[in-house]
Design a protein around this ligand. Structure first.
Ligand code: ZN
Length: 146
């Protein structure tokens, strides 16, 4: 079980990460509306804008997922279930929590979900929401150096 102090540490990490993400999301929304308010008759410009826009939307979708994960992790800290695997109940290793503080699955279950996900893609299923892809959380690597 994680000590109160450690939980507090993870909470701080998660909250600051959440703050950053919300700031970025704000900026992205502003960028989109600024782009939209600019009227350009040049078709090349418009194509570029479309490209930027879809890239932003993809970025936002990714961020939104991450924000949800972080909010969930914070809830789990409040509930006292943080640090335990959501699927099997086993404690998640601290090395894993340090690297990915928003994870809700132990490494075994995450690996299993990953292969389930691969299978479900083949059959067009939708296990995707429960999927805690390690690759999907790219950009968290800085947490490793903390
Ligand atoms: Zn597990």
């Amino acid at each position: 079980m994680l000590s109160k102090k450690k939980l507090g540490d993870y909470k701080k990490i998660l909250q600051s990460r959440l703050g950053e993400l919300l700031n970025e999301a704000d900026r992205a929304v502003k960028d989109i509306s600024e782009t939209e308010s600019e009227t350009s008759s040049d078709p090349t410009d418009q194509a570029v804008q479309e490209l930027d826009r879809s890239r932003l939307l993809r970025f936002k979708d990714r961020e939104r997922k991450l924000i949800r994960k972080i909010e969930k992790a914070l809830n789990r800290i409040e509930e006292g279930t943080y640090g335990g695997c959501e699927a099997c109940g086993a404690p998640i290793s601290e090395a894993r929590l340090k690297a990915r503080p928003m994870t809700t699955l132990c490494i075994d279950c995450a690996t299993e979900m990953e292969s389930e996900e691969a299978k479900s893609k083949l059959f067009g299923g939708e296990i995707g929401e429960a999927y805690d892809s390690d690759g999907e959380e790219g950009g968290d690597e800085e947490a490793n150096t903390a």
